[in-house]
Design a protein around this ligand. Structure first.
Ligand code: FE2
Length: 265
C-alpha cells in the first residue's frame, strides 16, 4: 500500500531517469537492492519508471543489452508483488555528435520507453567533451520528431559557469531534467541554486530521481514538495502535468509497439 500522498501529489508519478536494474551499470549491485528501490518508489507514489542505464564511453549499453534486463526485472517485480512498471530507456551521453548520429540512425540506442518520442541525453562531465555543435544535434533530434531531455545540467560545472551554453539547447527544443537531489542540496549549493533558478525561469523542465540505490535517491514526492514550498503549487502542478503527459505518451506507445517481452526475445 502506498504512503499517504501530500496535497498536489499524484499517485501516478513517473520517474524518467533512474538506474534501477540490478547488476547492469553503477546502479544496484543485487536484485534485492533493486527490489528495495522499487518498493521505495511505490511508497513514494511512483507507478512507472524508465530504467536508464548508462550509454557512455565506458558503460555503453544499447537496446539489445537493456531490453532483456528490463523484461527480467519486470518478471521479478511481478513475482515480488511490487506494483511498479519498468519501461526501457538509457542515459545516452553525446560527446561526439557524429558518433551519436551514427548509432541513432543504426537504431541501436534505447530511447525512453524504447520508443521514438523522448530520449534522455547527457553531456559529458568534462567541458572539453561538450560538442561544439550541440545545438545542431538538438535540432537534428527534433527534426526526427523526438524530444531530447538533457539530463541534470545543474550538476555540470560548465553549464553553471556558462549558462549561455544551455540556453541555445533549450531554444532549439530540448527539455531539461532537474534531479531532485540537486533541489534538496545533496549535490551542493551551486547545483541547488542553478536548479532553482532554472525552474523559476523556464517551463520546459522535468523532475527525476537519477536514483542509483536507496541511499542515492530522495524519490520524487520530496522534489515536488520542495517546488510547491519554494516556487508555488502552480509550478509544481505544471511539472507534474508535463511528466504525466510523458507517462501517458509512453504508456500509449507500449500498446503500439511489440511487447518488451517479445522484443527481448
Ligand atoms: Fe543517471
Amino acid at each position: 500500500m502506498n504512503a499517504p500522498l501530500a496535497a498536489g501529489q499524484t499517485s501516478r508519478m513517473i520517474d524518467l531517469h533512474c538506474h534501477i536494474l540490478p547488476g547492469v551499470d553503477d546502479g544496484p549491485t543485487s536484485l534485492n537492492e533493486s527490489l528495495k528501490l522499487a518498493r521505495f518508489f511505490v511508497a513514494d507514489g511512483i507507478t512507472v519508471v524508465t530504467a536508464t542505464p548508462h550509454c557512455h564511453s565506458s558503460i555503453h549499453l544499447l537496446r539489445s543489452d537493456i531490453l532483456p534486463h528490463v523484461s527480467a526485472f519486470n518478471r521479478e517485480l511481478k513475482a515480488a508483488g511490487i506494483p511498479l512498471i519498468v519501461l526501457p530507456g538509457s542515459e545516452i551521453q553525446a560527446f561526439n555528435s557524429a558518433a551519436y548520429r551514427r548509432e541513432f540512425e543504426a537504431d541501436v540506442f534505447c530511447h525512453l520507453g524504447d520508443s521514438r518520442t523522448f530520449t534522455l541525453l547527457e553531456f559529458s562531465w568534462s567541458e572539453e567533451l561538450f560538442p561544439a555543435d550541440s545545438v545542431e544535434l538538438i535540432k537534428w533530434i527534433r527534426e526526427r520528431n523526438m524530444r531530447p531531455i538533457v539530463a541534470h545540467p545543474e550538476r555540470h560545472h560548465y553549464f553553471r559557469q556558462r549558462p549561455e551554453l544551455l540556453q541555445p539547447l533549450v531554444d532549439a527544443g530540448a527539455w531539461i531534467q532537474i534531479t531532485v537531489d540537486s533541489l534538496l542540496g545533496n549535490f551542493g549549493p551551486e547545483a541547488k541554486v542553478f536548479a532553482e533558478r532554472f525552474l523559476r525561469t523556464h517551463r520546459d523542465a522535468i523532475l527525476a530521481s537519477d536514483a542509483h540505490n536507496t541511499k542515492r535517491c530522495s524519490g520524487l514526492s520530496a522534489g515536488y514538495a520542495w517546488v510547491t514550498e519554494h516556487l508555488g503549487s502552480e509550478r509544481s502542478q505544471d511539472l507534474l502535468d508535463r511528466a504525466e503527459m510523458v507517462r501517458m505518451s509512453l504508456m500509449a506507445e507500449q500498446a503500439t509497439i511489440p511487447t518488451i517481452q517479445s522484443k527481448a526475445g
